[in-house]
Ligand binder design. Structure first.
Ligand code: 5GP
Length: 192
């Protein structure tokens, strides 16, 4: 997606040779025009499925997932990163965070997913796919189906991309990064 690649190149910063900081438009400050384009791009690709819910993990997945749910006209559910005292009946998984280098618990209230659901999972970044695995476990436990995985920035040089494909999922990433080279991003594809 041209506008996203342009934003990464002009507004992104490297933390090290594996981590990209995009606080200027996605992870802290949110660019509404770009988010709308991202939501549209996910909708255009995944509209072939009978999606009943768009799901993400708080907090940085919320903006793109919200724009996408608007297009599908279905609810968006954001999985929480800590179990609130108000949530009694929940699916719970452990996720190892690539950027924070520690595990955390994710929770999804059981009333917001059931076996009839067709889920589109959306996330801001894909690194080693640990967040994906936690969400997959919950969706399976609920007996629902994950029809697709939409990733805003996919670092294909890490293991998550191939792992999700190997598990048979329809993965659609809007920017695929092959490597960070001399403080520049090398994209994997010609045009998305
Ligand atoms: P994974 O679960 O695929 O290993 O990592 C994905 C999660 O880690 C994303 O939801 C995101 O929060 C965080 N993450 C992974 N790589 C990056 C990165 O390069 N930059 C930022 N800002 N977050 C990342």
């Amino acid at each position: 997606m041209k506008a996203l690649k342009n934003a990464i190149e002009t507004r992104g910063h490297f933390i090290n040779d594996e981590v990209l900081k995009v606080d200027a438009f996605l992870n802290h400050q949110v660019d509404p025009v770009l988010m709308e384009q991202i939501g549209d791009a996910f909708y255009d690709y995944f509209k072939k499925y009978p999606i009943t819910k768009v799901m993400t993990i708080e907090s940085s997945g919320i903006a793109p997932a919200f724009m996408c749910e608007k297009r599908f006209n279905v609810p968006m559910v954001f999985i929480k990163k800590a179990k609130p005292s108000t949530m009694d009946d929940a699916y719970v998984s452990e996720v190892f965070s690539f950027t924070k280098n520690k595990s955390y618990t994710i929770c999804l209230g059981k009333e917001f997913i059931n076996e009839k659901d067709h889920i589109l999972f959306i996330d801001d970044f894909l690194a080693n796919g640990q967040a994906f695995l936690g969400v997959e476990e919950m969706i399976k436990a609920a007996g629902a189906k994950m029809d697709g995985v939409g990733i805003v920035i996919d670092k294909v040089f890490q293991s998550g991309h191939q792992m999700i494909l190997d598990r048979g999922y329809d993965l659609y990433s809007l920017a695929r990064i092959k490597e960070f080279k001399q403080n520049a991003v090398v994209f994997d594809d010609e045009e998305l």
